[in-house]
Write a protein that binds this ligand. Structure first.
Ligand code: PLP
Ligand code: COI
Length: 373
């Protein structure tokens, strides 16, 4: 039987709700999905129905509101434009096998955003407000949550910017926290297929005592020329070395790096200038369960020639197996047949099975989105 909610009804925030809720007999409220080619989505921006915005003024965040506006009205002296007062997050929602919408490790992203805000002197978004914003914006865009089994997910991009005007270098007195969402496919267009990376020694992504360990836009601007150079030479992306000595692996432009040693150990760089990846943290837990004795330690660049497998990991990249790494005039090859290694595959399967509700959520990483009707 199919039921429809009345058009124009509102939830407790007086927000518009979905126009129809076909109910499929299982009691689960489902929305009519957007008509998209879900299995072939790229990783990129697309317009959805709503984004949500909260304003910070006089020391407090407001109630937030959903809007269909894709643009911002911004003061020309806003600190985000002049002095880089900007940070963001990236997380994903999935439709599980049972039809529920869940957000992966929402609490971790909330805490990381707060750390980023604090590091560049912006008011931290409280964890509760962060979760509320994510739930509200997902509920307002339910038809864009990719159906289970399509390989796509709903990418969630929270962002905080300094909007108050300053010309002297000091923090703004006003801020916006907003969250946009969009359905996406794989970050690297090959999906779960090995990619080639280029070690870029001539570009520093982040300074040792700088802001490389938080998710601020400036880090990406700093790394852009390395990424573009690597791409122009036919590589999927750049791999950065530590800035101080250029001796150790740091991370890939949009993701952390990990490798599997010849004796089946999961290793990943310990560095103060890389982003503490939530995906990597999750893989470390799964690797432990799989007996891979995970270890975070400095990884000398020469060790790339010893590894059995390598990978990039992140929300957007998920696990992207690395087929080869080029360092100066040498190449470390991990995949000769274009196929991912066994351990990368096992980790990928386990992580994605948990995200999709195909494997038990034994660490309580999934946050079901409370439905508003
Ligand atoms: N490193 C960088 C520079 C990133 O942009 C990302 C993506 O967020 C990651 C690592 C992976 O972090 P996470 O797994 O939390 O998405
Ligand atoms: C993410 O994985 O969420 C990121 O923010 C990486 C970004 C470069 C797409």
């Amino acid at each position: 039987m199919t039921k429809s909610a009345s058009i124009g009804s509102a939830n407790r925030y007086n927000e518009p709700v979905e126009k129809s809720f076909p109910q499929d007999g299982g009691g689960e409220v489902r929305v009519a999905k957007a008509n998209l080619d879900w299995a072939n989505l790229a990783f990129g921006y697309s317009k959805t129905d709503y984004n949500i915005r909260y304003f910070w003024k006089n020391g407090a965040w407001d109630q937030g509101r959903l809007t269909q506006d894709e643009t911002l009205d911004l003061h020309i002296a806003a600190t985000c434009l002049h002095y880089g007062q900007e940070c963001f997050e990236g997380l994903k929602a999935f439709e599980t096998r049972s039809g529920e919408t869940v957000v992966f490790r929402l609490d971790e992203n909330a805490r990381r955003l707060a750390r980023s805000c604090e590091k560049i002197h912006m008011p931290p978004v409280p964890e509760e407000l962060f979760c509320e914003a994510v739930y509200r914006v997902i509920n307002a865009n339910r038809r864009f949550v990719p159906p289970y089994g399509t390989g796509a997910s709903l990418y969630i991009r929270p962002i905080v910017i300094g909007t108050g005007p300053q010309i002297g270098v000091r923090p703004a007195t006003e801020y916006i926290f907003m969250v946009l969402v969009m359905p996406v496919g794989p970050y690297f267009k090959t999906g779960f297929k090995p990619v080639s990376l280029l070690i870029e020694e001539n570009v520093d992504r982040a300074a040792p005592l700088g802001v490389g360990d938080v998710k601020v836009g400036g880090n990406y601007a700093a790394g852009l020329r390395a990424s573009l150079d690597a791409k122009s030479k036919g590589y999927a992306d750049a791999l950065f070395l530590d800035t101080r000595e250029k001796k150790y692996i740091d991370e890939c432009a949009p993701a952390n790096f990990f490798a599997i040693t010849k004796d089946d150990q999961y290793v990943t760089p310990h560095s103060e200038s890389i982003l503490p990846s939530i995906t990597n943290k999750s893989l470390i837990t799964l690797a432990e369960d799989m007996g891979l004795r995970p270890q975070r330690r400095p990884i000398p660049v020469e060790e790339i020639f010893e590894f059995k497998e390598a990978g990039c990991c992140g929300t957007a990249a998920v696990i992207t197996p690395v087929g080869s790494i080029t360092y100066r005039d040498r190449k470390a090859v991990y995949s000769k047949d274009g196929q991912p290694g066994k351990i990368c595959t096992a980790l990928y399967n386990e992580l994605t099975a948990i995200q999709l509700g195909d494997a038990p959520d034994r660490y309580r990483w999934l946050f079901p989105v409370p439905q508003t009707k």
